[in-house]
Design a protein around this ligand. Structure first.
Ligand SMILES: NC(=O)c1ccc[n+]([C@@H]2O[C@H](COP(=O)([O-])OP(=O)(O)OC[C@H]3O[C@@H](n4cnc5c(N)ncnc54)[C@H](OP(=O)(O)O)[C@@H]3O)[C@@H](O)[C@H]2O)c1
Length: 224
């Protein structure tokens, strides 16, 4: 049975749009230190963050994985069409949570399109591209409207969050993040299984309990 780490970790978010700022608000409300970066320098994010993600620290994108911890957690919330502008060196050594999805006709970088054409999941393609990081698919199946509150809804039935990785340690670290945000983590059997969390899968944007998500994804519910 997977044991979740005991100590909450700082959260680093690459992308400060709708998804990045709603996750930042949720994490800050949960008491986590939050660092966030966009394509703009930190000084140019000041007013945007004051409005959409107060209580967070703006950093340069190139420094997003430098939070002073041994294996920082970075959530990737940059549109897939912009992923060529993310330098893989920025993410070396981190646990990279791939929270990206493709929207309908979004043009994709060549490496991503060819991996999808070859039958790989989007996160397998991201893992090959950002090969210095340990990739986990998670947080992509919850809309930005829900990220703010979904994990903190009142009542006994907490919402489930799918977590897919080939690394047990990285999955456990992200499982702990899920708990800190108020979700119940469901660990999927490997990164490729993260395909079931994608937009055409059975759980996308559908609030559900952990046993229900586990049934639909072949995952295992983790109790904190
Ligand atoms: N919206 C949702 O409900 C939701 C939920 C879960 C997952 N997602 C996924 O998250 C991703 C982002 O979606 P979104 O709706 O948040 O998009 P968005 O509102 O368009 O925001 C995109 C953000 O990415 C930043 N960015 C672009 N290139 C960058 C780079 N090279 N380095 C750092 N930051 C960069 C942009 O920076 P600037 O502002 O400086 O241009 C902007 O802050 C998509 O793949 C989406 O499918 C979205």
């Amino acid at each position: 049975m997977t044991e979740l780490p005991g100590t909450p970790r700082p959260l680093n978010i690459l992308g400060a749009g709708r998804a990045g700022t709603s996750l930042a608000r949720a994490a800050a409300s949960a008491g986590l230190p939050v660092r966030i970066a966009s394509s703009r320098p930190p000084t140019a994010m000041r007013l945007h963050l004051a409005q959409y993600a107060p209580r967070t620290t703006a950093v340069a994108a190139a420094e997003i994985a430098q939070d002073g911890t041994e294996q920082p957690i970075v959530v990737l919330m940059v549109p897939q069409e912009d992923l060529d502008s993310v330098d893989p060196d920025w993410l070396d050594g981190c646990v990279l949570v791939d929270a990206t999805n493709r929207w309908a006709e979004e043009p994709l970088p060549g490496w991503l399109q060819s991996a999808l054409d070859a039958g790989r999941s989007s996160s397998q393609a991201v893992a090959a591209r950002f090969s210095g990081a340990t990739v986990v698919k998670a947080l992509n199946h919850v809309s930005h409207w829900d990220l703010d509150t979904a994990g903190r809804s009142p009542g006994p039935e907490r919402r489930a969050l799918g977590v897919a990785s080939d690394s047990e340690d990285a999955a456990a670290a992200v499982g702990r993040l899920a708990v800190d945000l108020g979700f119940v983590p469901v660990l999927l059997p490997g990164l490729a299984a993260g395909r079931t969390l994608e937009p055409d899968g059975p759980v996308f944007n559908r609030p559900m309990s952990a046993p229900e998500l586990a049934l639909l994804t072949g995952g295992t519910v983790v109790q904190d």
